[in-house]
Design a binder for this molecule. Structure first.
Ligand code: ARG
Length: 588
């Protein structure tokens, strides 16, 4: 289906044409003066300048041509030359009726489906997931779902930090604590134990301890570096121990990401490209892209049009060691070879904006990917506490992601218990569903690049711009539909026919924005667009609900039309929250 603004614009464009003007001037937008009209066209102003005539003359002629239009119920040319438009209720309700007959509510998937590689999450093994990991996971996962709804094929990869110095630190610390483990015995040739010699809690203590020691003790640091080297050069015991670290850590991460509803197709790590780095370096040297500067191997990525500083991309440090850049470039190379994506999308903190610009330029310049491969980075802001600084626990420590989720679920649980009489079990299950919505919506409703303040009360509120409010609206519709069915009637038999009141018209108008919302959420890689849309839609539904008697309506056709309309509203809301990565409970 064409988008509503397209249809309306086409109508106005042909009126311009009929009046002898350039039809391009007929583009219509939603009115920024809803007190005066629903839509507006400002094209007469620009035209008038070029034609040296008064805009109102043009607007008047166009309005005259729209007098008998079936699309509008009212068309006014007003000074100095605006065309104010109100949509014809019959046209609108027919459009919405058509939406309700389509699986995707009239949304047209991408004409040319792409293969899109998504890189989000990016946690480092052996460290607890903390609040800083929330945004990459949640925004990345939502973008993934939006891409899929658009009709694109996606592959998501968590890109674990599983290879560098932290691994050596843990191994060295462990070798001091448990020197008798077979992993550290060079002469050991037997099989290594299948049980890991530590728990995830041990790891989370070992790493920071080791990291602290290495900063204070040069010898300790050197030993840890040696351990990293042994791991990377394939020493058997170190590899076996490393596998334990990965398994223990990844098992725990999976559990937490599952709770959050964040999924990955691939659980690859930086380690997975270790072996291809030498080949890539050779390729970059042979191709004449990389050269030695101050001992390091670099690729220039500066362009003439740059207005800001653009340092070269360092491929190898002067001691020959690889860096974060090196791994990312090698990963691009491997992903290209294995999956050949049309587009790559990365999610990280916005402090990595410049870094990704360098890496992307380098990948294009060195032809790791073709010129038309789109490399995109979504840099997001920080979740802050009420003091405006990165969110911390009450005693100033790093807040674990799981603790944050538990706190939200507990607060939601208390709220549900307070509002409703429900069994322990139901209240617990539902508080987890609502808690996830509170957290994900609370985060996603912010424009990605902006910092925002975490406010528990606002996140879990059943009113206002929050996840629970959206769920509450869906639950309310479900309950009306249930009562309707209990009277022996069928929802599937209901059809949208006509409009009776102003709030019904508002609700229909909101629904028509579904397609353009999804499209712009994809184009701008901003799930926040969907949040803003469903908030408006939920508000429009609730106004309609308060002003309209639905279940007690005696006119069967009218009632059927209401029911079909709210059923469509429910389905659109559910589809949208599905893209945001949460769902509604049956009641709350
Ligand atoms: N592990 C990295 C960090 O903690 C994030 C990885 C992001 N993804 C990437 N391809 N660089 O900062």
């Amino acid at each position: 289906m064409k988008k509503i603004l397209e249809l309306i614009s086409e109508e106005v464009m042909s009126a311009f044409e009929k009046a002898g003007y350039d039809k391009a001037a007929g583009k219509v937008s939603v009115s920024n003066r809803p007190d005066l009209c629903e839509y507006q066209c400002n094209g007469a102003m620009a035209l008038a300048k070029a034609l040296k005539t008064a805009p109102i003359n043009i607007a008047g002629a166009v309005a005259e041509n729209l007098k008998d239009s079936k699309v509008f119920s009212e068309v006014n040319a007003v000074m100095p030359g605006f065309i104010n438009l109100n949509i014809n209720p019959d046209f609108l309700s027919q459009y919405v009726a058509e939406m309700s007959g389509d699986d995707k509510f009239g949304f047209e998937p991408a004409a040319k489906p792409l293969k899109i590689m998504l890189d989000y999450g990016g946690p480092n093994v052996a460290k607890a997931l903390h609040v800083g990991h929330l945004r990459s996971g949640v925004i990345g996962d939502a973008i993934n779902r939006i891409c899929k709804y658009m009709g694109h094929e996606t592959i998501s990869d968590i890109h674990l930090g599983d290879w560098g110095t932290p691994m050596g630190l843990i191994m060295h610390e462990l070798s001091l604590r448990k020197p008798n483990l077979p992993y550290f015995d060079d002469s050991y040739t037997g099989e290594y134990p299948s049980e890991p010699p530590f728990t995830v809690a041990d790891l989370e203590e070992i790493y920071p301890t080791a990291s602290k020691k290495s900063k204070e003790d040069e010898e300790y640091k050197a030993k840890a570096q040696e351990a990293t080297f042994k791991l990377q050069s394939g020493v058997r015991g170190y590899r076996a121990l490393w596998n334990h670290i990965i398994n223990v850590s990844v098992t725990d991460m999976r559990r937490i990401y599952d709770k959050l509803g964040v999924h990955f197709d691939l659980w690859n790590g930086e380690s997975s490209v270790h072996d291809v780095i030498p080949g890539m370096v050779k390729y970059m040297k042979d191709g004449g892209y990389a050269y030695i500067s101050e001992g390091a191997l670099v690729v220039d990525v500066k362009e003439d049009t740059d207005t800001k500083e653009m340092p070269p991309c360092i491929i190898l440090k002067s001691d020959g060691a690889s860096l974060y850049n090196t791994t990312d470039l090698a990963t691009i190379m491997v992903r290209k070879e294995k999956y050949n994506p049309d587009r790559f999308i990365y999610l990280t903190d916005k402090r990595q904006d410049l870094y990704f610009e360098q890496v992307f330029r380098c990948a294009h310049k060195t032809k790791l990917v073709s010129e038309d491969t789109n490399l995109a980075h979504v840099g997001f802001g920080t979740m802050n506490g009420k003091d405006g600084k990165p969110f911390k626990t009450r005693d100033g420590g790093v807040m674990r992601l799981e603790s944050l989720m538990n706190d939200i679920n507990e607060a939601t649980y208390a709220k549900i218990k307070e509002n409703r009489d429900m069994s322990e079990e139901d209240a617990k299950r539902i508080s987890e569903i609502v808690g996830r919505a509170a957290l994900r919506y609370g985060d996603l409703s912010n424009i990605p690049a902006k910092d925002y303040i975490f406010d528990m009360d606002r996140f879990i509120s059943f009113e206002g711009n929050s996840g629970p409010y959206i769920l509450y609206t869906i639950v309310r519709i479900k309950s009306i539909l249930e009562k309707f069915v209990q009277t022996g009637k069928k929802v599937e038999d209901c059809v949208i026919s006509g409009i009776d009141n102003a709030s019904e018209k508002e609700l229909m108008k909101e629904l028509t924005y579904f397609s353009q919302t999804i499209e712009s959420a994809y184009e701008e890689l901003a799930p926040s667009k969907i949040c803003a849309f469903i908030y408006d839609l939920a508000n429009a539904f609730n106004s309609f609900y308060h002003e309209t008697k639905i279940l007690s309506e005696e006119d069967a056709a009218k009632q059927g039309s209401y029911i079909a309309l709210i059923n469509l509203t429910k389905k659109v809301l559910e589809t949208c929250i599905g893209m945001l990565g949460f769902e509604a409970p049956e009641r709350m």
